[in-house]
Ligand binder design. Structure first.
Ligand code: NDP
Length: 512
């Protein structure tokens, strides 16, 4: 049987650390470009076989895979806790959400990829069909913040669509990915269907350059650009999920208790290391102070660290440094610290920090902080809130709280973002049928939902002539007066003519 985690040809290994203690918890191979190419070549063979199976057969194997993953839920939660630093409750939540996507993708693939009969327009004697076919081999480059849930949003959908996958996890969370690969090798009849290659950035760069049919990347905008440049060498399409600076808007008539509770969860879950974290909050002037008090009250009830903590260790020292820098920059520019703050950072633990008096001149309001920080800005009107919410190069998620749902929906519609939660936070991420992705610096392409399945397909258009007609436009043999007829058709079809529909004209011409 082929292995899903081959030993690296150079024999080098990478250590995975527990961020709360700094201790090594395991090692994995550092795969070279040659190793990556070999994995892709094996995946290509698996893809050929997998793509010919029926949707039902694929769904059955994916269901077996899901059940096997679920049977190892404790191990996954433990690895998530130890490699990423998140508390056990959040670890199990992540496992559950990841499994939900495997189930959804398997169940939806057939319908999402069902051939579509479309109008043949002026060529009404044709049958026009759009079909969706697997791409082949998908390279998935995953992040460290949700090392199971996020890549599964590509892996499960790519597999369900009939592709093979080569997955490169972050160097910070490789052990979890190796576990996924071991289970995949035991569950799928094709052992090379889902392979994992491990290593640092160079291994990811090799995958972006390899002969894959699409690269699905999650991470920073800077690395996303590098991936796109590398993939351009072969004109490999890319799907980029690049994080955000998600705004939350709280209207004057919002339920402040609910809004504050949701704000605190949205900003602090996973210690703020979520691409769809609430990163900026805009609150109507009339309720600003009350809302801030409620947020502070919620935050003071939270515990950082320990097995029963709400906030775990930050996954990497580099991320702690970014958060500290944002906090220092904000304070230097006049922000008021209500809880936490740069001084309260201890090793890999950051105390949840509430800031007010913030402005868009501060990094904490413009750059992705990716940490447990809640910057709250007072606004004079909802129009100002929308203007500020859209004052960003990012556009991933967003949330709106208002008493009147229609107002909340209207505000949400005006926010330039891929996703909006109304009177909740992050709701869109928990609904597998909703496509997930952003605009601008948040990237492009979609995971989840039917769009997330079709993201891993190639579109084939078929035009089938079902009836021959005397007037055949795809021929050089035309009547002498054809130019004149065409002139008339242009006028009738697209000008001020009386024939409303192409089909009517076709019938008229056929009856001649
Ligand atoms: P990166 O974008 O560098 O890493 C994301 C993934 O890309 C990892 O698997 C990484 O591997 C891999 N990678 C690194 N270099 C390359 C390359 N040249 N070609 C291909 N793949 C590569 O994120 P960071 O870990 O540096 O985090 C930086 C910032 O990115 C964070 O502060 C946060 O703002 C944002 N971020 C956003 C995420 C999101 O959910 N959208 C997730 C993670 C980070 P390796 O880890 O082995 O280097």
């Amino acid at each position: 049987m082929a292995t899903t985690i081959s030993t690296a040809t150079n024999g080098e290994r990478l250590s995975s650390y527990d961020p709360s203690t700094g201790q090594v918890i395991g090692t994995v191979p550092i795969h070279t470009a040659a190793d990556v190419d070999a994995a892709v070549a094996r995946a290509r063979v698996a893809a050929q076989s997998w793509s010919t199976r029926s949707f039902q057969a694929r769904a059955e194997e994916l269901t077996a895979f899901r059940k096997a993953l679920a049977a190892h839920a404790d191990e996954f939660a433990d690895l998530l806790h130890r490699e990423n630093g998140k508390p056990m409750l959040e670890a199990y939540t992540e496992v559950m959400m990841a499994l939900g996507h495997v189930q959804h993708a398997a169940a939806r693939a057939e319908e999402a990829m069902a051939p579509k009969k479309v109008s043949a327009g002026i060529l009404a004697n044709f049958r026009a069909t759009v079909t969706y076919l697997p791409l082949g081999v998908i390279g998935v480059i995953g992040p460290w913040n949700y090392p199971l849930f996020t890549p599964m949003g590509s892996i499960a959908y790519a597999l369900a669509a009939g592709n093979a996958v080569v997955f490169k996890p972050s160097e910070l969370t490789p052990l979890l990915a190796v576990k996924v690969a071991e289970i995949a090798a035991k569950t799928f009849a094709l052992a090379d269907l889902l392979q994992v290659v491990t290593g640092a950035g160079a291994t990811g760069a090799a995958l972006a350059k390899a002969a894959v049919d699409k690269v699905a990347f999650t991470g920073s905008a800077a690395t996303g650009k590098r991936v796109m440049i590398a993939a351009a060498e072969r004109l490999t399409p890319v799907l980029l999920e690049l994080g955000g600076k998600d705004p939350m808007i709280v209207a004057e008539d919002a339920d402040l208790d609910k809004a504050a509770e949701a704000c605190v969860y949205g900003a602090l879950t996973n210690a703020g290391q979520a691409c769809i974290s609430v990163e900026r909050v805009y609150v109507a002037d009339a309720v600003h102070d009350k809302f801030v008090d409620k947020v502070i009250e919620n935050v003071r009830a939270l515990k950082t660290g320990g097995d029963d903590g709400h906030l775990g260790a930050m996954t990497s020292p580099a991320q702690v440094a970014i958060v500290k820098n944002h906090l220092e920059d904000a304070v230097a520019k006049g922000a008021k610290v209500h809880t936490g703050g740069a001084e309260a950072i201890s090793g890999s633990y950051i105390q949840p920090t509430v800031l007010t008096n913030v402005t868009h001149q501060m990094k904490v309001m413009s750059d992705e902080t990716f940490g447990p920080v809640i910057p709250i800005q007072r606004v004079a009107s909802l129009d100002e809130a929308v203007k500020l919410a859209n004052d960003t190069t990012f556009g991933l998620g967003s949330s709106v709280f208002a008493g009147k749902s229609e107002v909340a929906r209207e505000i949400g519609a005006r926010i330039r973002a891929g996703m909006t939660s109304v009177n909740s936070v992050m709701g869109f991420a928990g609904i597998p049928s909703l496509p997930f992705g952003g605009v601008g610096d948040s990237g492009f392409g979609r995971i989840h939902g039917d769009e997330g399945i079709r993201e891993f397909t190639r579109i084939k258009s078929t035009a089938e002539q079902v009836v021959s007609i005397p007037m055949n436009m795809m021929s050089f043999r035309q009547p002498k007066d054809m130019t004149k007829r065409l002139k008339g058709m242009i006028k009738q079809l697209y000008g001020d003519g009386v024939v409303a529909k192409a089909g009517d004209l076709f019938r008229k011409l056929r009856s001649r």
